[in-house]
Design a protein around this ligand. Structure first.
Ligand code: ADA
Length: 547
């Protein structure tokens, strides 16, 4: 399912995962969904379109909702050969409302396109791979005349184990709906209010607050979660429901400090792509869990979702295991000038925050990794998107990872200043000297009195390559040397509030990057694409466990 727990006790939800038929150029392939076509050897390098089709049996006529966790990268959805939906970008979910569906057999078809066209502004040839398929779960919901579209949870601490919980409940009238009651329970708190009569299609938001006591805070390694249940009732009879899992914690930026539950913390993280040598971008929950165990095994406490919103099931696991997450929108060093770029980013930003803001693991929102933050044009793009994030979610700090060394003009716009640095890999200045020089400059251009994070650093190693004559670059030994020098330097810098190693695992990259990426992969992982640890895994484990 879309989450690792059931979001509905009342609303009937059917999983549409499983065997679909995929057709490419008159050829038919059985495809297990979630899945990407690159898992079929003959289609490993296929860039194009494919039709994914399955039959859906409807037992009771009425209104239904299709929910796609992610389709890579463009989806056109047909119901009985009538187009009913469209979505761009593989890393956020989307819904399709089906009204007046008759009982019987229906055909669901999704035309998937992973080509790099001029319309594709975010998925471009890049240092990660754009797979093709239904990379996340698919669900069918049976709707009543009114539904809870989503909830937005936040909390303020009022005492030891005591919080004021606030929940915005977004109601959507699927058909004309008489007045209802909305009710919310979380921990030992509950609240209710009236919802006015709504005409079909109308939406209405109500806010409920409740004091909770005796809760265990969510913290690093303490994934204390509580079911948040919202219910719509008519005359005391439940009409619809929505269940989420929330955590009670506080994140605040106090000068140069990042504070979790009032305590200064140091972020020890990894960058992790949704990519696996066996699953492509459609990792199973088991594979996600194994990744988290491997990351926690080094003593790390955080994961950066480079460079796009992650699967909600992965975020659920980070919630449950107490792993801090830097989640960011979908962008990696891309052109921000094309017409429509602002609009497509605004959509991804809204989908990311609306869909993921209740995850306690997310401590910061990021945008536009290594984009044009050194020009006035770029500054306006960053300013607008950071402002959008703050409006969508005033409870979390915002940041972005820059690579505009000594030229960035956006450091004053963020709550946390972050840079991607690669001393001893892309240049030879010693990490301690480079880090000091860069942070001192950052403090003169807007980062002063803010936390600074080095959001990427690392080195490449071809898994299994051991230089017989020394410690050549791309040998595992050299990766150990470089990561050791970087980590010892950066973790010893009082000015830094955190480090994210680039990167957890080797990942596939676009074919166009072959000439600068051996094996057409980004080989800076401390484990290979099948999660086999390199020698550097032990170096990180030694150093991340020191602090
Ligand atoms: C950049 C970028 C990463 C990756 C890295 C590298 O910092 O943000 O996605 O490409 O460089 O491996 O060089």
């Amino acid at each position: 399912m879309y989450r690792i727990f059931s979001e509905h006790a009342l609303r009937p939800v059917t999983s549409l995962n499983g065997l679909w038929n995929m057709r490419i150029d008159e050829a038919d392939y059985p495809m297990l969904i979630p899945g990407v076509w690159e898992r079929i050897p003959a289609l490993r390098d296929y860039h194009g379109t494919a039709d994914f089709t399955r039959t859906v049996e409807i037992s009771e006529s009425g209104a239904y909702l299709l929910r796609f966790g992610g389709v890579s990268h463009t989806a056109t959805v047909y119901w009985d050969d009538v187009q009913v939906g469209w979505h761009y970008n593989a890393f956020t979910a989307f819904e399709v409302l089906l009204e007046n569906v008759s009982a019987g057999s229906h055909t669901l078809r999704v035309t998937v396109d992973n080509r790099f066209t001029k319309e594709s502004l975010l998925h471009v040839p890049n240092d990660y791979y754009t797979y093709g398929g239904l990379n996340r779960p698919v669900e069918l919901h049976k709707l009543a005349s009114a539904r809870i579209e989503r909830m937005a949870f936040s909390c303020v601490q009022t005492g030891e184990g005591a919080y004021a919980a606030k929940v915005d409940i977004y109601v959507h009238a699927v058909a004309d709906s008489p007045a209802l009651q909305a009710k919310m329970t979380v921990a030992d708190g509950e609240a209710a209010c009236d919802v006015p009569a709504l005409s079909a299609g109308e939406k209405h938001m109500v806010t409920l607050t409740a004091d909770v006591t005796g809760v265990k805070p969510w913290d690093i390694g303490q994934g204390n979660l509580y079911d948040l249940t919202a219910t719509l009732l008519r005359g005391g009879e439940p009409v619809d429901d929505l269940i989420d899992r929330v955590g009670f914690r506080t994140i605040e930026i106090a000068g140069e400090e990042i504070r979790l539950n009032g305590r200064k913390i140091f972020i020890k993280g990894f960058n992790r792509h949704e990519d696996h040598g066996q699953f492509g971008s459609a990792l199973s929950v088991d594979a996600m869990m194994d990744d988290i165990h491997l990351i926690l095994g080094t003593g790390a406490n955080s994961i950066r979702t480079c460079h796009y919103p992650n699967d909600p099931r992965f975020l659920d696991l980070c919630d449950a295991l107490g792993v801090l997450v830097w989640e960011e929108n979908h962008a990696r060093a891309i052109d921000i000038h094309p017409e429509g770029f602002d609009d497509v980013c605004a959509i991804v930003n809204e989908e990311m925050v609306h869909q993921h803001m209740n995850h306690p693991c997310i401590w910061v929102w990021g945008i536009l990794n290594e984009c044009e933050s050194e020009t006035e044009f770029g500054r306006e793009v960053y300013r607008k998107q950071l402002e959008q994030l703050r409006t969508l979610d005033p409870t979390r700090p915002v940041t972005f990872a820059s690579c505009r060394f000594f030229t960035d003009v956006c450091m004053d716009l963020v709550d946390v200043a972050s840079f991607n640095v690669y001393p001893l890999w892309y240049h030879n200045e010693h990490p301690a000297e480079y880090g000091k020089r860069l942070t001192e400059w950052m403090d003169t251009v807007g980062a002063a009195n803010k936390p600074i994070i080095f959001s990427e650093f690392g080195a490449g190693a071809i898994a299994g390559y051991h230089d017989p004559f020394g410690r050549a670059k791309w040998s595992e030994e050299r990766q150990c040397d470089i990561l050791r020098e970087q980590l010892e330097a950066f973790m010893g810098m009082a000015r830094l509030s955190g480090t994210y190693i680039w990167q957890f695992a080797d990942v596939r990259v676009a074919d166009e990057w072959f000439s600068i990426r051996p094996k057409t992969m980004n080989n800076k992982g401390v484990v290979d694409q099948f999660r086999r640890p390199k020698m550097s895994y032990a170096v990180v484990k030694e150093l991340y466990n020191h602090r």
